[in-house]
Design a protein around this ligand. Structure first.
Ligand code: BGC
Length: 812
């Protein structure tokens, strides 16, 4: 069952039934000021950091689901309704929500009145603009009463939810004309306030929540709206809100626009006040003035559209398959921008107070984003590397506001450092900007111990080389990419977290085959980079360590049919045929085949066949099989999940592309494509009722074959799935891959494909690429033509002339 449809021309998903199986959301803003918005107007806003600068309040996991947001109530006689259906839930005559690139347009119609709300954050603006257009399509004059609504958050979203003995006394507002200012804590240590304005005179307002709703009412029946009159309240403590009350008369056929601005301001210490206790409103007024007419809003909106036209013109494909094209050209790249902005911090599954910017996560996010805005990728690489320690280890995450690492969700994950090599090398291949390697980057944010970014890569590489276990394989530390494989934890106390509790360090033998494969892939990248920089001794040293790892993997990591997953604390195998449960895992088989380990001897094909046989299912490749059915204290959190969910045999979509890429290494284009399609959201649109989450973005996990409800997805938006799938499809299946010396073209597609066309902008030039497949092959390039001339290599050179170039590739 579907709940809407794609509009590819406009790059929108159009939801036509508000009762989606889960709130289907979108993100507004892509730099400093952000909002999350659901298809019924639920969600919240924040500045930079969803924990420390939460501007409006939102209650997670509430009943009913998705309660609270930026709402409009329309009173038309006795009928009270909202354009997004919620919160009133009055049945609408028509409803439509269009989620687009950083904007959402919600339209409701009732009794001949249409209310259309366009929500977006204009470029370079610390505010969300809402343009409400009311139209009277009926034959009579309508006298409407409009109430806006939002609830302020007292800034720190964590303490806002727990410290009520203080919070209920601190709230402060100021009201001037049609602007409501939220200034809680401004007179002490904060240099910021927020405001909510409308560009017409108001007939009233409310800022005290209980007066607005009535003490025992919900969002669906505010007392003020039922009464049809604002109470003009000024909040003192408790829970401040902002609501404007506007009376509107519309003649038949008439439309009126109203522009609301929800903004954020920072003032310097000596510019905070206008007079005693009266805040300096200059910056707020300047922003409000920029958007005080519908025409100004439309112009800002057109700029946002243009910005996305440009970003999405860098990589486009024309494959003849709408579902594929819309993912590659629109939604997957869009999701990559969102994961770049938020890492794993804030979605409808991530509360914004739990996690920040992950070291491994944000590095991986770069591979789907770096081509879009390389300058921002550059800054991110430096920010991430700045949280590293001198020995190459690192904080597992940092907070976006202060960019400082912290241990809030644990530390000592031994895969972390290697991802910095991936992030940096991807940036170098995209841009050719080797100067970044000379940037001086602090350790643990301490500039007095800064070293070059290149040195950070060296310590990243060495952190693995210096932490090998008894088989010469990498020690896992707290866990590797799989956070839940806690081999040194041994937790029997339900009150402690698997991620932060003290681990056993003495005598541990727990080693990771996944880190081993990762080390071979990125160790080779590191060695290559050294060669390119003419650091030949260092290249040789690195290559030697990588080769030794390959030997160790073949010797101690091969189980006969596939690669084992790890050795546990006692030195026993995990992910081996010897095990009773979880005999095989996806991660080590993905990384060891991506590394091509034992390819000549057939190990890669064998391992991939075992994955196909044991892990593949209708909804994708599950993480392990058979699923754990009991708790293994020596394995940790992984065995705590019920079978088929999350890291215990769920289809963990993040790691499926590793197998897709592995399949391209051995040239199996059919399988790579089959795996791609199985988890790709646009192909799942028809089963939205089962899948539950948005059909336009990837989710972290789809319940696997052992689950109670296979095919049901959870945790949409913020997942490494976005960047890895874009990387797999764009660089390995379609095979258009940035390299140091040019654009490498090496597709691996199903033999039945006749070919495809793509456009790639790369280092200032534009390449129009046509791939043809006359012989029904999957892989191999038999002919290359560039601007009408044959060339031997399938690396298309960088011309550097800023011009358009035609490339023709024959597969065979
Ligand atoms: C985390 C990743 C981790 C993955 C697998 C995700 O929730 O953000 O860092 O690699 O889970 O455990």
């Amino acid at each position: 069952m579907k709940f809407g449809h794609f509009d590819d021309q406009k790059r929108e998903y159009v939801i036509t039934n508000p009762r989606t199986p889960w709130p289907w959301i979108n993100y507004l803003g892509n730099e400093d000021f952000f909002s999350l918005i659901s298809n019924t107007g639920g969600g919240y806003s924040f500045y930079k950091d969803a924990k420390f600068r939460r501007i409006t309040r939102y209650r997670y996991n509430n009943v009913p689901m998705d309660s609270g947001g930026k709402y409009f109530y329309i009173k038309d006689g006795d009928s009270i309704w909202s354009p997004g259906w919620k919160p009133c839930k009055t049945e609408l005559d028509k409803y439509e929500c269009r989620h687009g690139m950083n904007y959402t347009n919600i339209k409701g119609e009732k009794n001949g009145v249409t209310a259309n709300v366009l929500y977006f954050v204009p470029l370079k603006t610390w505010a969300e603009v809402q343009k409400l257009t009311l139209s009277n399509n009926s034959k009579e004059t309508k006298k409407l009463k409009i109430f806006s609504f939002l609830e302020w958050c007292l800034w720190n979203a964590a303490s806002d939810m727990e410290n009520f003995q203080r919070n209920f006394s601190t709230g402060e507002v100021e009201i001037q004309g049609s602007v409501i200012y939220h200034k809680t804590e401004y007179k002490e240590r904060r240099d910021h306030y927020a405001y909510y304005s409308v560009n017409v005179p108001v007939q009233g307002y409310d800022t005290d929540r209980e007066s607005f709703f009535g003490l025992y009412n919900g969002f669906d029946e505010p007392q003020v709206v039922s009464e049809g009159k604002a109470h003009n309240t000024e909040a003192h403590g408790w829970s401040p809100i902002a609501s404007h009350y506007i009376e509107v008369e519309l003649k038949p056929g008439e439309s009126k626009d109203f522009v609301f601005v929800l903004g954020y301001v920072e003032n310097k210490e000596d510019e905070k006040w206008e007079s005693k206790n009266i805040i300096n409103k200059k910056k707020a007024k300047d922003t409000i003035a920029k958007f005080d007419t519908a025409a100004k809003v439309d112009a800002a909106f057109a700029e946002l559209r243009k910005y996305w036209d440009n970003l999405l013109s860098i990589y486009t494909v024309d494959s003849g398959d709408d579902k594929l094209d819309r993912m590659v050209n629109i939604w997957n790249q869009y999701q990559c921008m969102i994961t770049f902005c938020f890492s794993r911090s804030t979605s409808f599954f991530e509360s914004g107070i739990g996690r920040g910017m992950g070291f491994r996560d944000s590095n991986q996010d770069l591979i789907g984003f770096v081509h879009q805005i390389p300058e921002r990728a550059r800054e991110r690489i430096i920010d991430i590397a700045s949280t590293q320690f001198p020995d190459g280890g690192c904080y597992h995450q940092y907070q976006p506001l202060n960019k400082r690492g912290n241990n809030d969700i644990g530390g000592g994950f031994n895969d972390d450092p290697l991802w910095l090599i991936l992030g940096t090398v991807s940036y170098l291949k995209e841009t050719g900007d080797f100067a970044i390697l000379n940037e001086m980057v602090p350790f643990d944010n301490d500039m007095s111990v800064a070293r070059s970014l290149f040195d950070h890569l060296t310590v990243s590489f060495d952190h693995v080389a210096n932490n090998l276990g008894p088989h010469g394989l990498p020690l896992i530390g707290r866990a590797d990419w799989n956070d839940c494989l806690n081999l040194n934890c041994f937790s029997n106390d339900p009150n402690e977290s698997f991620q932060t509790t003290e681990n056993k360090t003495e005598g541990t033998k727990a080693e990771s085959l996944m880190i081993a494969g990762l080390f071979v892939v990125y160790g080779r990248d590191y060695a290559d980079l050294c060669k390119r920089l003419c650091k030949n001794d260092e290249a040789a040293r690195a290559q030697k360590l990588v080769s030794a790892m390959e030997v160790a993997i073949k010797k101690h990591g091969w189980d006969g049919e596939w690669f084992i997953r790890a050795y546990d604390y006692y030195g026993r195998k995990i992910g081996s045929n010897e095990n009773e449960e979880a005999k095989i895992f996806i991660e080590s088989n993905g990384w060891c085949t991506m590394a091509g380990i034992g390819k000549e001897e057939g190990l890669c094909t064998k391992a991939l066949d075992a994955v196909k046989e044991r892990l593949d299912c209708k909804y994708g490749i599950v993480l392990n099989n058979p699923a754990f059915t009991k708790y293994y204290i020596e394995y940790g959190e992984i065995s705590s999940y019920p079978p088929g969910y999350k890291e215990n045999a769920g289809v963990f979509c993040h790691n499926n592309p590793w197998i897709m890429i592995g399949e391209t290494v051995v040239g199996n284009g059919e399988r790579a494509w089959d795996y791609y399609r199985k988890i790709c959201p646009s192909y799942l649109e028809d089963i939205s009722d089962l899948h539950k989450t948005e059909p336009y973005v990837y989710s972290q996990m789809v319940a696997g074959k052992d689950a109670f409800k296979p095919g049901e997805a959870k945790n949409s938006w913020l997942t490494g799935t976005a960047s890895w799938n874009f990387y797999a499809i764009s660089q390995y299946i379609l095979g258009i891959r940035p390299d140091y010396d040019g654009l490498l073209i090496d597709p691996c597609i199903p033999g039945s494909w006749k070919g495809f066309k793509a456009t790639r902008k790369f280092r200032g030039d534009t390449y129009h690429i046509e791939v043809v497949n006359p012989h029904g092959k999957s892989k191999g390039v038999s002919e290359v033509e560039v601007d009408g001339k044959h060339q031997k290599s399938n690396i298309i050179p960088v011309f550097g002339d800023g011009k358009e170039h035609r490339v023709k590739i024959v597969i065979g």
